[in-house]
Design a protein around this ligand. Structure first.
Ligand SMILES: C[S@@+](CC[C@H](N)C(=O)[O-])C[C@H]1O[C@@H](n2cnc3c(N)ncnc32)[C@H](O)[C@@H]1O
Length: 302
């Protein structure tokens, strides 16, 4: 499942406010934005200066810090001593608005996003910038055979299906028939139904039967966005199904930032944290953790 409460899965956005984005009419985002306050989290606090951060209190940084932050439009969050003065930009609503205004979202995806916006769980959908990245990865690797684990109403799967060649295949795994009905409607509207093989049921069962069916090593691309505590199992199954050089992309690897907070130890956070650690040590893949949306890790099978 995608982000459970952050609209558009933004990691760095942490105080509640509603924003309607130009060019993304009807798109109501529940932004949680620390940057909107003009403060950002950094490693050098001012005594007594504080702000809310995801329900907990963080301190705003000092102007005397060598770290350039606390300005209205600079969001430099890296620690210069540790990271060599790298300037890492944190997203605030204005910057995210700008990013979204630079996404080329196909009209059919916009329609699907707008229809989904009134549905239960709409925050689970990947964001337009994430969908665009997924589609581009599919194109870059020339993928013809893809898998998606966790379809919901089909936004990310449609983004992938749209860029697949006519002979391409996307196996779309989803347990909830109600969501699949919406996804199938949009596959039809977009004329990509012939590329999508919908598997209704538990994703792990579908992946196992594909392996039993002799499909190991025959897929180019997989996207994982379902039950967080199953990530390791999905990953191991997908590693069998993708060919050498194929990609496995995993969503929500930053889990609203909770993976980096040692005080947060609920089952999903611990599961994703352990998964990230395992991937880090897994020499079967090359990896890149990308801070887009709620964080996506791109793995390439070696
Ligand atoms: C985060 S949503 C997927 C969002 C989708 N990728 C998108 O961009 O619209 C996760 C989906 O995974 C489904 N799901 C959760 N656990 C599952 C499982 N064990 N097997 C199949 N689907 C599952 C949920 O029903 C939900 O629709």
């Amino acid at each position: 499942m995608g982000s459970s409460f952050l609209g558009f899965h933004r990691l760095s956005i942490v105080t509640h406010q509603h924003v309607i984005l130009p060019g993304f009419q009807k798109l109501l985002l529940k932004f949680h934005s620390s940057a909107a306050t003009g403060h950002i989290a950094c490693s050098k606090p001012i005594k007594g200066s504080s702000m809310r951060y995801g329900g907990r209190c963080m301190r705003a940084c000092s102007n005397k810090s060598k770290i350039r932050c606390c300005s209205s439009n600079a969001f430099i969050i890296a620690n210069d001593e540790k990271y060599g003065n790298k300037q890492v930009v944190s997203i605030n609503p204005r910057l995210y608005d700008y990013i979204l205004s630079n996404v080329r979202e196909p009209e059919i995806l916009q329609q699907l996003r707008e229809e989904t916006a009134s549905m239960h769980g709409c925050q689970m959908q990947v964001s337009p910038d994430q969908a665009q990245l997924l589609a581009m990865l599919v194109q870059i690797c020339g993928a013809e055979r893809c898998i998606e684990v966790g379809v919901y109403t089909g936004y990310s799967s449609l983004a992938v299906a749209l860029v697949l060649p006519e002979s391409g295949l996307l196996v779309a795994c989803e347990r909830d028939a109600k969501y699949l009905d919406v996804a199938k409607k949009y596959y039809d509207l977009a004329n990509v139904s012939h590329k999508v093989n919908v598997k209704h049921g538990l994703a792990a069962d579908a992946l196992k039967s594909m392996i039993l069916n002799g499909e190991a090593g025959s897929y180019d691309f997989a996207f994982v966005d379902a039950e967080k505590r199953m990530y390791q199992e999905y990953y191991e199954l997908l590693l069998q199904l993708v060919k050498v050089g194929g990609l496995i992309v995993i969503d929500n690897v930053l889990w609203h930032g909770k993976v980096a907070d040692p005080m947060v130890n609920d089952a999903k956070t611990v599961s994703i944290r352990n998964f990230n650690k395992n991937i880090m040590e897994d020499q079967r893949v090359s990896i890149s953790m990308v801070p887009i949306g709620d964080g996506m890790t791109i793995c390439q099978k070696r």
